[in-house]
Write a protein that binds this ligand. Sequence first.
Ligand code: MN
Length: 253
Amino acid sequence: MADRPYIVVTNDDGVQAPGILALATAMRQLGEVIVVAPSINQSASGHKKTLFTDVPVSEVTLADGSPAYSVGGSPADCIAFAALGLLPWPPAIVVSGVNRGSNLGQDITYSGTVTAALEAAIHGVKAVAVSYANRDANAVEDYAEATRVATEVVKRTLEKELPPLTILNVNVPPCDRVRGIRLTRQGVRIYKDELAKDGNLYRIVGPEPTGNYEEEGTDVWALHNNYASLTPIHLDMTAHRFLADLAAWDITV
Ligand code: MN
């Protein structure tokens, strides 16, 4: 089976989260899988790179008995470590998820699920991030529809090329069967965060973010209408459409 693609699977919910076991199981239908993931839940850690402390790595066993690497750092650390010598490199693809909860609009800058995929792109490897918009998905079986969608996207991505520094961000709505998959752009999230205070202890709390559901063609819109979303994302965060207006500010030094 030497021609089976080598697939690295990671996440941000932690190595023992049900979503990564569901994803790894699905990816084993497509190739040889190695799992490397944070030892604890690193959701909303963004594109964190651990530089100033040592990071422990251990070999652990997932609930189905399969082996995995558990990394005491961020999701991006997992992929950086893999690329820099922890794992055979390069794989044919890095697949990140399945995340518990969606990663839409501005979420992607917070998301460890997405940033692990971006880290793979920095290291020149194709990557797909997969999120399931159901925060109550606590069993491996709950991720069946998300892994079905992920499998179709990964299968095609293995056959195709992605441009440099570009990944695919996939989100799956919480339903038994999606209406299909839509090619989308990033939409606009609306956060309803509140600051909880207990003495000198503060914490961001509040309900799940909503979004602008009116703008057709966005990831937020697709999920709201029970479509899976497929958004290509790249690391060039330049506001290209603003460059001309900015030039008119005429800043000189
Ligand atoms: Mn997460």
